[in-house]
Ligand binder design. Structure first.
Ligand SMILES: *Cc1c(COP(=O)(O)O)cnc(C)c1O
Length: 428
C-alpha cells in the first residue's frame, strides 16, 4: 500500500484546502475504518488501486450507450475501459454476456424486472424478514408495489431455505421471475434446485449473488452460471470492488438486458466506477483472491463455532459463507442495543431480523456478522476466539448494564487493528 499513499495524500490535501469541513469528516471516517473491527457482511476494504480508479478523471465523462455505439464523442478511452470491465467479468465468471453499467444492486434488479416482466406480474423471492432483499418483491419497495411479490422463507427447524415451499409457491402462483439469493442467508444457495423449479413453472430465474460474488469468483461457493437466466451482483461486497453492479447472462438475453439498463432505466454510465470494477475484476482473477475467499469462509466458520461455544444461538446453526446471523433472545438483549454497544466498543455490526421474528422490524432480535472486511486486513482463524470473546463480553455487559466494558474492549480492538493495516489505508 505504501507506494500508492502519496497519490491519495495529494487528493486529501486538495480536499483539505478546498473544503476543510468536509475533509475533516472524510479523515474521521478513514480513522474510524482503520481503528474499528468492521463486521458488516456487505462491507469490505477496496485496494488503493480500486480507490484510485474511483477517484479518477473518468468522473468527468458522459458516455450514454455502449462501447462502439455511444451518443457522445470523445470515447476513445472510455470504450476500451468498459470493454476491459466486460471481458474481465465474462472471463472471471464464465458468462457469455456482461453489463457493467448498473449504478448499484437495486437498479440492477430493476433492470431484471424491466427485461423480463410487465407491471402486475408475479415475482417470487425470499421474504425480507427471512433474509431476502427489498428488491425481490417486498411490499415497501417499488418491486412489491408495481409487481405482485410472493415471499418464501427458511424452515423453522433448519434455518435453511425451504425448497419444498419454493416449489409449491411457484406451482401455485406461477411467477414470471424467481429470485434466489439474499442478504442474511448464511448457507449455500442451491442454484441448481432453483433452476429446476423455475424450469418446471416456466419462470425466469434471477440469481442475485450480490453477497456471494467474491466467494463464487474465489471458488468457495457454487456458481449460478449455467443455472440462472440472469445473474445480478453488486461489485462492492465480497467481490471487493467499487460501489456498483453487474448483470451476467447467456448470449440469448444480452440484447434485452442491455436495453433494460440503457435506455430503459439509466442514462450515462458511471465511468469512474466502470474503471474501478475493471481493476477489482483483475484483482479477483489473481491467486491471492482465492486465498482471501477461502479465508473469508474459514474465518466465518470459526467465528460461528466460537460464538456457539459461548452460548450464541446461530440461525441455521452456523454458516457456509461469509456471514452469521445470531438471535440474541436467550441473552435477554435485543439486536439494536447490542449493536449500539458493540459499536461503542469498536466492533461494527448491524441489528437484523431473524426468521420467525417476534419483535418489530426496526427493533429486531438479531445481529448480523460478516468476515470479508477483517479478512481483507489479514486477520485469520487464530483471531476468531478473541473476536468471539469481545462480542460475548459486550453483549453480556448490555444484559448486566455495565457500560465500562465497552471502553476496555474498544482499547483492545484498536490495538489489534493497528497491527493489521487495512488495504487502501492509511490515507494522508
Ligand atoms: C446489497 C444487495 C442488493 C442491493 O444493492 P445496493 O447496491 O445496496 O442497491 C440487492 N440484492 C442483494 C441480495 C443484496 O445483498
Amino acid at each position: 500500500m505504501a507506494q500508492t499513499a502519496p497519490v491519495l495524500h495529494r487528493a486529501t490535501d486538495a480536499l483539505a484546502a478546498a473544503d476543510p469541513e468536509l475533509a475533516a469528516l472524510v479523515c474521521a471516517e478513514e480513522r474510524l475504518q482503520a481503528d474499528t473491527l468492521r463486521l458488516i457482511p456487505s462491507e469490505n476494504y477496496v485496494s488503493a488501486a480500486v480507490l484510485a480508479a474511483t477517484g479518477s478523471v473518468l468522473t468527468n465523462k458522459y458516455s450514454e450507450g455502449y462501447p462502439g455505439r455511444r451518443y457522445y464523442e470523445g470515447q476513445q478511452n472510455v470504450d476500451p475501459i468498459e470493454e476491459l470491465a466486460r471481458d474481465r467479468a465474462k472471463a472471471l465468471f464464465g458468462a457469455e454476456h456482461a453489463n457493467v453499467q448498473p449504478y448499484s444492486g437495486s437498479p440492477a434488479n430493476l433492470a431484471v424486472y424491466l427485461a423480463f416482466a410487465k407491471p402486475g406480474d408475479t415475482v417470487l423471492g425470499c421474504a425480507l424478514p427471512m433474509g431476502g432483499h427489498l428488491t425481490h418483491g417486498w411490499d415497501v419497495s417499488v418491486t412489491g408495489t408495481w409487481f405482485r411479490g410472493i415471499g418464501y422463507g427458511v424452515r423453522r427447524d433448519t434455518g435453511r431455505v425451504d425448497l419444498d415451499e419454493v416449489r409449491s409457491l411457484a406451482l401455485r402462483t406461477r411467477p414470471r421471475i424467481i429470485f434466489c439469493g439474499g442478504t442474511a442467508l448464511p448457507r449455500t444457495v442451491d442454484f441448481a434446485a432453483f433452476a429446476s423449479i423455475a424450469a418446471e413453472v416456466g419462470a425466469v430465474l434471477a440469481a442475485d449473488m450480490s453477497h456471494l460474488a467474491g466467494l463464487v469468483a474465489g471458488g468457495v461457493h457454487p456458481s449460478p452460471v449455467g443455472h440462472a437466466d440472469v445473474i445480478v451482483t453488486t461489485t462492492h461486497k465480497t467481490l471487493r470492488g467499487p460501489r456498483g453492479a453487474m448483470l451476467l447472462s447467456g448470449a440469448e438475453h444480452a440484447k434485452r438486458i442491455d436495453k433494460a439498463v440503457f435506455p430503459g432505466l439509466q442514462g450515462g454510465p458511471h465511468n469512474h466506477t466502470t474503471a474501478a470494477i475493471a481493476v477489482a475484476l483483475k484483482e479477483a482473477a489473481g491467486p491471492d483472491f482465492r486465498t482471501y475467499a477461502r479465508a473469508v469462509v474459514a474465518n466465518a466458520a470459526r467465528l460461528g463455532d466460537e460464538l456457539a461455544a459461548r452460548g450464541f444461538d446461530l440461525v441455521s446453526g452456523g454458516t457456509d459463507t461469509h456471514l452469521l446471523l445470531t438471535d440474541l433472545t436467550s441473552w435477554g438483549v435485543a439486536g439494536k442495543p447490542a449493536a449500539k454497544a458493540l459499536d461503542r466498543a469498536g466492533i461494527v455490526v448491524n441489528h437484523n431480523t431473524v426468521p420467525y421474528e417476534t419483535r418489530r422490524p426496526f427493533d429486531p432480535s438479531g445481529i448480523r456478522i460478516g468476515t470479508p472486511a477483517l479478512t481483507s486486513r489479514g486477520l485469520g482463524v487464530e483471531h476468531m476466539p478473541q473476536i468471539a470473546e469481545w462480542i460475548t463480553r459486550v453483549v453480556r455487559s448490555v444484559a448486566e448494564d455495565r457500560p465500562d466494558v465497552e471502553k476496555q474492549v474498544r482499547g483492545e480492538v484498536a490495538e489489534l487493528m493497528a497491527a493489521y493495516p487495512a488495504p487502501g489505508l492509511p490515507v494522508g
